[in-house]
Design a binder for this molecule. Sequence first.
Ligand code: ZN
Length: 591
Amino acid sequence: MKIILFLTAVLILMSNAQPSIRYSLSMSKPQTHLFEVEILITGYTPTTVDLHMPAWRTGRYLLLDFSGGVQEFTVTDEHQHPLPFRKTDKDTWRIDKGNAKTVTAHYKVYANEFNMRTRELTGEHAFVDPLSVFMYVDDLKNSPLQLNVHPFGNWNVTTGLDDVEGSPFTYTAPNFEYFGDCPLEIGNQHEIEFFVDGKKHIICIYGDGTWDADLLVHDFTKIVIANKEFWGDLPYKKFVFMIHCQPNAGGGTEHINSTIMGTRPFVFSNPQMYKGFLGLVSHEYFHTWNVKQLRPKAIAPYDFSRENYSEELWISEGTTSYYDDLLLVRAKFNDAKKFIENINQMVNNERLRFGNRVQPLADASFDAWIKYWRGRQNSQNAETDYYSKGSYLSLLLDLEIRHRSTNAHSLDDVMRTMYHRFPLTKGFTNADFQKVCEEFGGGSFKEFFRDYLYSTVPLPWEKTLSYAGLEVVSLDSLPKPGLGISTQDMSDKTKITNVTPGSPAERAGLEINDEIAAVNGFRVRSVELNERIAAMKAGSEVTIHLFRNDKLKQVTLTLENVRTPNFIVRKVPKPTDQQKSIYEQWLGEPW
Ligand SMILES: [Zn+2]
């Protein structure tokens, strides 16, 4: 009886043994750009196991089909006997494991995608966004996991993942999503440490450049503190700022407790370009809260197998774009004058971009997967950019709330409340966001969201900017003749890159990709095309010679006057007390 009881207990213990998953990453021949991956699964009882390669990575809402880079997949049991497997779709390897106690999968991944910030392995370094390299098992997505890295030669590893004490290059993560959000830089990167609130921050730089470590620490610390004051906390144990300092590098991606940013080596010695770089740092770091914690419901949690449609990305990206500039003003990296110059550009861009009248902002967010990230030639004419217009709408919301609440509240309050009310486990919707705006704005925002988020009504710049004592002035004195095209010189060809809908050029049949050879018999370059046309008279005829598919064509059109929006934003001469106080509290500078 005792023996039977004992056996039963052992069997129960065995069947309750938690399945576990362990990853290993090697890079024995970096010159081949091939990572070697091993996945060890133990204690998983079903007779088949599906390994899935993620189809996209966080921050870029586009299917990247990482499985395309996978090769030489093999799988064995605990006796190193091969197990049968087959692919069931582009991202899934189904293994018939039968009663095998362990399953060990091996495969290689071709890693040569530096500018995508996904995976790269060269003789110089390795960069890994885990979603682009490691497969997952649906049933084990929420289980803790371990990663062992075998760096090449004397290379080192920098990552936001937690170290396992006493085991070099061994890391843990509480689940696959967290693991997938912790990129790794592997090589001979520079590491600079600083502390804020007792929390370690690491600036990790791959490459050489004209950076000054003390200045970076000084400026990054200011950005960290400005965000901590804004949000009220630092939601991580440690933070890693990864920088790829390389020719042609640019852009960045936010992660759960790190960010990866690209910049060119000599940017640091040019004050203007360096400020641009700090703008990128400010943007990516603000994401640590806005999208990495305060996240649209549609991407909380992420589903890595397919598109995750969200109408809220305009808040995740646009509101972040608004605050990346604003916090630099409040932290005194830039002044209010510079910020107002940026608003000039916002007004002109919003009014010039034809796509803003075609696609509502919420739709631009939803369709990011098939439009924004695909970048078509007619994007300007057909699509709203949810980064830019999202930032414009955030600015207008901020001033609207300040005005309605007699400067008692702002979008800052909305963002902080959203952050506390909608933790990562919950996610938020546009309706939640509108409700919090109404709480602080004291009244309905129904029309505001209907017109500017769900429809294409032009933004009310004049009215809303006046709340902060700013006026919009049109400099467009005289309409001039124009064709309504944009061109770009490529080698010795002047190519049409955009045709404005309804323009004289569109009516005359000019198309994107046409090569303009001559205007009225004379060759023309992009730089002087508009000037030459503007110097002519409305009503006169113009003959354009162009090549289309290498065939010469002649087009004659009658010139018309076109109006080009050209606005500047400036302070009103005599502000009211409320305009002044909104301006000062908004920008942190005296009027
Ligand atoms: Zn962003």
